[in-house]
Design a protein around this ligand. Sequence first.
Ligand SMILES: *Cc1c(COP(=O)(O)O)cnc(C)c1O
Length: 342
Amino acid sequence: MVRNIDLRSDTVTKPSQEMRQFMMEAAVGDDVMKEDPTVKKLEKVCADLFGKEAALFVASGTMANQIAILTLCDSGDQIIVHDQSHIFNLEVSGLVCTCQVQPRAIPAPNGEYALSDLVDHIRPRAIQEAPTKLVCFENSFDLNRGLALPPETLQPAVRLAKEKNLQTYLDGARIFNTAVALKTDLDALCQDMDAVAFCLSKGLGCPIGSVLLGESGFIKEALRMRQRLGGGWRQAGILAAAGLYALENMIDRLETDHENAKFLADHLVKLGLQIEIDQVQTNIILINTEAIPTSAGEFCAKLEDLGVLAKPVRPQAVRMVTHYGIDRDDLLSVIETIKTCL
Ligand SMILES: *Cc1c(COP(=O)(O)O)cnc(C)c1O
C-alpha cells in the first residue's frame, strides 16, 4: 500500500521507537495521589524551562485552556480573547458552558490587539456590566497560519492588562515553534503571563499531553479544576515520559519543519498557488484557493485520491502543516501531486 503523506496537522505525528522505549521504562505511581515520579519530574522540568513556579500535566491543550480560565476567573466575569483564537472558536463553547465566563472577542488579524480596543473592553464591576478579569493571548498565533509573535509584539497589551490589574493567559499550544523560529527564550515569550500552556502532542511528537504553568497557588487550584473536569489520572508517568523525551530531543528539530514549510510554500507559489509567504513563519502554510477553479474541499479530495492529505479550513483556504515524519522527498512528491491536480 502506498503511504499517505499527511499534512493535515502536526497532531498526526506518531511517537518514535526511542520515545516508546522511554515510555516503557518510565517509573510510575498514582498521580492523583501525587505519587507518580515521572509526572513530577516533567512538571519540575517544565516549570524551570519556562521560568514559572509550578506546572501541571494535563490531557490536552483544550483541557489546559479550560482549567486556566476556570482557575483565573469567576462565573460571570468577562474575558478578552482574539476573535480567531482556538479558545474562542474550537473549544465547544467551553468558555460559556464550563467556565461560565463571557468572552469578548476582539479582532486582531495578526495576533496583536489594538490597545484602544482593549481599553474599550476593559469594564468595571457595575450594575449592568460583566467585570473584565483576563486577557488571553495565543502564540504561535492562529492555528491556520502559525505566526511567530515576538515578545515586543505582545508586550504593549500585556503591560496594559497589568496596569489595569487584569490577569494574562497565553495559549502557547505551539510556543516551541515560535521560540525556535524567533530564536527567543521561552521566559521572554511568557514574560508577565500569569499562566501559560503548551502542547506536547503537536510538533513535539508525543501521543498525548499538554502542560499548564504558573505560580504555585494557581497550579494548586488548577489541580482541583483538573479533577473537577475528570482529568485526574493515575499512572500518567507513561505519558509524561514521552514529554520528557520530547523536551530533550524534539525541540531543535522543529527548525527542520519550518525550513520544510518554507520550501514547500516557495514551490507551491511557483506552481501558481496563492500563499502569503511572509506569513509562513513556522510549520503551517495557508493556501488561498480562490484562484483555482475548485473549492478547497474539492481540491483536498483530489489530493487525497493521490495520497496527499491536506485540510480545507475555509471554503477557499487549505492548510498544510509540516512535522516530524515528513521529509524533503515527501515534499517533492507533494509538489508533483499538486502539479498533477492543477
Ligand atoms: C491545538 C490547539 C489547542 C488545543 O489542543 P488539543 O490538545 O488539541 O486540545 C489549543 N490552542 C491552540 C492555539 C491550538 O493550536
